[in-house]
Ligand binder design. Structure first.
Ligand code: NAD
Length: 263
């Protein structure tokens, strides 16, 4: 996937990892970078910054879980900037807690972390097949390959996000649809700012990196057409250990959990 001259959408681009990716794509010569976020003001601020640097950009208020709004957004973006080459489905939310959490919280995690990607892919994949190419980057998480202690909705929906990315890659890869799945561990963003929540304390204890480090890994991963982009390389080892002996991995995670404050 070549960034130079590409038309790129970044959802959840108003802050954190999305903003760092948008800035990195602009610096790497993207043709245009469209920033979409529930936070319209934040998206506009980022887009204005990129436009000031000479990159075609627009910040748009968008709820990625609203199918009609996403369809209208894709139409308007393509009318203004041309066919979308790269869609970064990056907007995501978390929750602190387990199966006791209310259905509304489970539904929100499911809708943002999984269904938003289905909604966008349903429109973009047929476009890309017709045009002979396009690339989907989904921001899942290391939680989607392993787990995230302290948050069931996040761990479960990020697993589904990885599964969706794999399924689209397998089904449409030979038709020109590239797919990358971004799976960071802890990243210093507004999402990981809270203190005292087990899910976040675990991530902090594992070692935090900056959003710009994630954007570096994304730039390299896209240039190499990697499916899995792992800004924390150790996640690959953890994943292999999990796959090698699931029972042993679960026992290890139980022991780790028992050592954590608030567990
Ligand atoms: N921070 C981490 O440690 C970490 C680790 C692994 C994966 N991730 C993933 O990275 C992605 C970006 O998160 P971040 O850490 O940069 O956090 P963030 O809170 O800075 O960014 C998330 C953005 O998504 C937007 N958003 C939420 N719901 C939306 C919706 N319905 N429609 C449109 N936009 C919406 C928010 O307004 C926010 O700007 C998420 O998918 C997250 O799950 C984060």
């Amino acid at each position: 996937m070549q960034i130079r001259d590409a038309v790129i959408v970044v959802t959840g681009g108003a802050s954190g990892i999305g903003r760092a990716m948008a800035r990195r794509f602009a610096a790497d010569g993207a043709g245009s970078v469209i920033v979409a976020d529930l936070n319209a003001e934040g998206a506009t601020t980022v887009a204005d910054e990129l436009a000031a640097a000479g990159v075609g950009s627009r910040g748009v208020g968008l709820d990625v879980t609203d199918p009609d709004a996403v369809a209208a957004f894709i139409d308007a973006s393509e009318a203004e900037f041309g066919p979308i080459d790269l869609w970064c489905g990056n907007a995501g939310i978390g929750a602190n807690g387990g199966v006791e959490l209310a259905d509304e919280i489970w539904d929100a995690n499911w809708n943002v972390n999984v269904m938003a990607h289905v909604i966008a892919s349903r429109i973009l994949v047929p476009h890309w097949i017709e045009r002979g190419g396009g690339h989907l980057l989904l921001t899942a998480s290391a939680a989607g390959l392993l787990t995230n202690l302290g948050t069931a909705p996040y761990a479960v929906t990020k697993h589904a996000c990885v599964g969706l990315a794999e399924w689209i890659a397998i089904t449409y890869g030979e038709k020109g649809v590239g797919v990358s799945c971004l799976c960071p561990q802890g990243v210093r963003t507004p999402m990981t700012e809270a203190d005292g929540e087990l899910a976040i304390e675990v991530v902090k204890a594992m070692g935090m990196i900056e959003p710009e480090d994630v954007a570096d890994a994304v730039a390299t991963g896209l240039a190499n057409d990697d499916f899995l982009i792992l800004p924390h390389p150790e996640v690959s080892t953890y994943e292999q250990r999990r796959a090698g002996d699931r029972g042993r991995w679960i026992t290890g995670m139980q022991k780790l959990r028992a050592t954590l404050p608030g567990a």
